[in-house]
Ligand binder design. Structure first.
Ligand code: C2E
Ligand code: MG
Ligand code: MG
Ligand code: MG
Length: 270
């Protein structure tokens, strides 16, 4: 009993401080959207056969006036809890489409979607509006979803994905290999592309298992007409192994970090 009480006293202030910080950030998200504190950084996506930059992934950043630059892993879960991710995600879509519509090289833009946007966002009409307002050709927009999107309400999700593809946008499965039941999803959902998670790419060339897994995923995807993107490519050796295995595209620090300004040369190519 005494120990229990001791634990209670020890943890309570800490939990409260943590909960308070979360609450502050949650309230602040709504203010920040109005105050224009969010920006998109762009990371190049490279075609491994030609070496050309074929697109950029939009990655959200929060320039907080007091806390500085906050990365998405810290605030997106909070925004999902309060559903602030719905208006925030809509801002991301519109901003990414508007910016991409001005890229002279006509590259694609990839936008990440949260599961909450599927459940509460009337997503297909939100996407159609972003395309219409920006004038971006639908074929230049790729939407990235994770397995988390597929876990709940399968029928509604499948219908939304079909509606999105009917608009002419493509769908990529992000972080492949980190969740469960992945193979079943490949059969059931109409992905255009599979992004192989960084955790597998990191070990390429140092683990025979990783080499074999990545090679098999690439072959499997090719056989069912899905393109593959390797995430988090940092070394020439990883790049060489991926190219030899037939991987179609790659993204990672080797080719460029996410950045607020895109290299003009990269924009002209393709
Ligand atoms: P993600 O979609 O899988 O994005 C890839 C993450 O890997 C990015 O982190 C990127 O900066 C990082 N990365 C890219 N190349 C390398 C590399 O070579 N090495 C290493 N170590 N890391 C690399 P970031 O920008 O912090 O984003 C983290 C996650 O936050 C994203 O993972 C995505 O799930 C989520 N996210 C970002 N922007 C948005 C958004 O607008 N909406 C939603 N719903 N989620 C977003
Ligand atoms: Mg992504
Ligand atoms: Mg990913
Ligand atoms: Mg991720």
């Amino acid at each position: 009993k005494a120990a229990g009480r001791g634990c209670f006293r020890y943890y309570e202030p800490e939990m409260n401080a943590h909960a308070q910080l979360r609450r502050l950030l949650q309230l602040d998200l709504q203010r920040a959207l109005k105050a224009n504190e969010f920006v998109l950084h762009y990371q190049p996506q490279v075609d491994l056969r030609t070496g050309g930059v074929t697109g950029f992934e939009a990655l959200l950043r929060w320039h907080h006036p007091e806390r500085g630059l906050i990365t998405p892993e810290r605030f997106i879960p909070l925004a999902e809890e309060t559903r602030a991710i719905v208006p925030l995600g809509e801002w991301v879509l519109r901003q990414a489409c508007a910016e991409a519509s001005r890229w002279p090289g006509g590259q694609k833009v990839a936008v990440n979607l949260s599961p909450i946007q599927f459940a509460h966002g009337h997503l297909p009409s939100m996407v159609a509006t972003a395309l219409r307002l920006s004038g971006l050709a639908p074929a230049r927009l790729e939407l990235e979803i994770t397995e988390m999107v597929l876990l709940s309400d399968t029928e509604a999700t499948l219908a939304a994905l079909h509606e999105l593809q009917a608009l002419g946008v493509s769908i990529a499965l992000d972080d492949f290999g980190t969740g469960y039941a992945s193979l079943g999803y490949l059969q059931r959902f109409p992905f255009d592309r599979v992004k192989i998670d960084r955790s597998f790419i990191r070990r390429l060339g140092h683990s025979r298992e990783s080499d074999a897994i990545v090679r098999s995923v690439i072959e499997l995807c090719a056989a069912i007409n899905m393109a593959t993107t390797a995430e988090g490519v940092e070394t020439e050796e990883q790049c060489r192994i991926l190219r030899a295995g037939g991987c179609t595209a790659a993204q990672g620090y080797l080719f460029g970090r996410p950045s607020a300004t895109i290299d003009a040369a990269a924009l002209q190519q393709s």
